[in-house]
Design a protein around this ligand. Structure first.
Ligand code: ZN
Length: 87
């Protein structure tokens, strides 16, 4: 039985992008008990342009801390430490 050739001979190329983000959770590494909403320096690192929160797959933050981070960012926005969607 002959089957049509499937693309097997293709070498898989791994994308190696330069602007790669850390794969570990920054907050787990630093063992912070909570994420300080007043720490705009840290928070703004996770809110690139437009004031959006960086997705987990990009930032490498774990689920627990991502949730805490979002909360902290929301709080920071409410007291005008961080911008809402700036467009
Ligand atoms: Zn974490």
């Amino acid at each position: 039985m002959k089957r049509s050739k499937n693309a097997k001979g293709k070498p898989k190329k791994k994308k190696s992008f330069s602007g790669r983000r850390s794969k570990f959770c920054k907050f787990c590494v630093e063992k912070l008990p909570f994420i300080d909403y007043k720490d705009t320096k840290t928070l703004s690192a996770f809110t690139p342009e437009r004031g959006k929160v960086l997705p987990r797959r990009t930032s490498g933050v774990c689920a627990v801390h991502q949730r805490a981070l979002v909360e902290a960012i929301k709080r920071a926005r409410n007291i005008a430490l961080l911008p809402f969607a700036t467009d």
